[in-house]
Design a protein around this ligand. Structure first.
Ligand SMILES: N=CN[C@@H](CCC(=O)O)C(=O)O
Ligand SMILES: [Zn+2]
Length: 389
């Protein structure tokens, strides 16, 4: 197994509670994992060595919410929205039609392009949802392709009742044959619990069927109104509830006394001009937060976790430390990847060598230089996926 020493790290953010942040540090990668972390002056020899030149190194981003595999373009809908038309769930069907019409090769190539774009921006763990197929064959195909481009696949057959399909028949499909076909590829089941999509009772039925099939639970909740999605997610012990733009005091209290992660999606908040998720209020209440890109063609066509982290600081009122935690360990918790050999989001000896080197001396530059792509190099599972600029 070959080893690589990264030395002369000006600031090493580990997100590990014991290690914290180190200065003038070094890190050794052996195979896919971190073998050593400590002061640069005491670094052991390795097969290869690279100088970080005093720059900042931190864990790769854990992007816990994307809809990465799709076809088609919704820029016209976006332009209309910027001219004042509000976002509505119905736009999803535009992408469903384009996705059904695309070949496997087109979907895979497009998904891989977006995954590479995310990795160039420092993302090393990424979730992807189905939900642009909405029939058994198309959802299964999306799950299969997603499993090739993402680390974690989530089944979102309950994204919308497709036009022309009876509601009850569709729920039976989503909780029956579609679930059976998709479950082998998926770790989670998700539901869009919102006006225009699925109400809380329908959402509960979907989630319970997923749980019975062995899947973890996620909810798209409280994006466009107080949909009941947060209460349902907490009631069922979901791993996360995502969007969380419209929250009652009871929603915040319920989240604070649960282990359900509240995932904020700054790209969607801005691209839909939705009320910003009350991240400050949630953090003050002690809720565990995740930040994700929600990369999708309708509400958030970005793979940039750096943009989302910077926005969470500049617009949502999180401190940089809170935002970094939400984009690493918070995302890992939302994906059930906090502990064990597959754990993500921290740098520690024995853990995955999933890391990014910034073209900056400190992580403060992430929100300080908004819009500037700062990731100089990314290592995923010990393999460097981007050459130095
Ligand atoms: N809100 C539901 N689903 C996606 C958007 C889907 C779409 O409009 O294509 C989201 O997370 O924002
Ligand atoms: Zn989503």
């Amino acid at each position: 197994m070959s080893s690589e020493l990264i030395t002369d790290i000006g600031e090493l953010t580990t997100q590990d509670p014991e290690l914290g942040t180190l200065h003038d540090a070094a890190l050794v990668i052996e195979g896919a994992r971190v073998a050593w972390i400590g002061p640069a002056s005491r670094a052991p020899a390795a097969d290869a060595s690279v100088s970080a030149g005093g720059r900042a190194l931190l864990p790769g981003w854990v992007d816990s919410h994307t809809h990465l595999v799709f076809a088609g373009d919704r820029s016209a809908e976006f332009a209309e929205r910027m001219a004042g038309r509000p976002y509505a769930a119905g736009g999803i069907m535009t992408t469903v039609d384009a996705t059904r019409a695309a070949s496997d090769e087109q979907l895979l190539a497009h998904g891989r392009r977006l995954r590479a774009e995310a990795e160039d921006g420092g993302t090393t763990t990424l979730e992807a949802k189905t939900g642009y197929g909405l029939d058994v064959e198309s959802e299964t195909r999306l799950a299969r392709v997603s499993a090739e481009v993402a680390d974690v696949v989530t089944y979102l057959g309950a994204h919308l009742v497709p036009a022309g399909v009876d509601r009850r028949d569709y729920l039976d499909l989503v909780t029956g044959p579609m679930l059976a076909a998709v479950a082998p590829y998926a770790r989670f089941i998700d539901v869009f619990c919102e006006t225009g999509a699925f109400d809380p009772d329908e959402s509960r039925e979907v989630l319970l069927a997923g749980r019975a099939a062995g899947l973890g639970l996620k909810v798209h909740g409280n994006q466009l109104g107080e949909s009941g999605g947060v209460a349902l997610a907490v009631e069922l012990g979901a791993a996360s509830v995502d969007h969380v733009n419209h929250l009652s005091d009871a929603d915040v209290e319920a989240l604070a006394s649960s282990s359900t992660v509240a995932t904020i999606l700054p790209g969607a908040d801005l691209s839909t001009r939705e009320r910003l998720a009350p991240a400050r209020r949630l953090a003050d209440a002690g809720v565990t937060l995740a930040i994700a890109s929600n990369c999708n063609p309708g509400t958030s066509f970005t793979t940039s976790m750096q943009f989302c982290v910077a926005t969470a600081v500049l617009q949502h009122g999180l401190s940089l430390e809170e935002a970094l935690a939400a984009a690493t360990t918070g995302g890992a918790q939302a994906l059930g990847l906090s502990t064990g050999t597959d754990a993500a989001g921290t740098l520690r000896v024995g853990g995955f060598a999933d890391l990014q080197l910034l073209d900056a001396p400190s992580v403060t530059h992430l929100p300080y230089r908004p819009g500037v792509p700062l990731t100089r190099a990314t290592w995923r599972r010990g393999i460097r996926s981007r050459a130095s600029r």
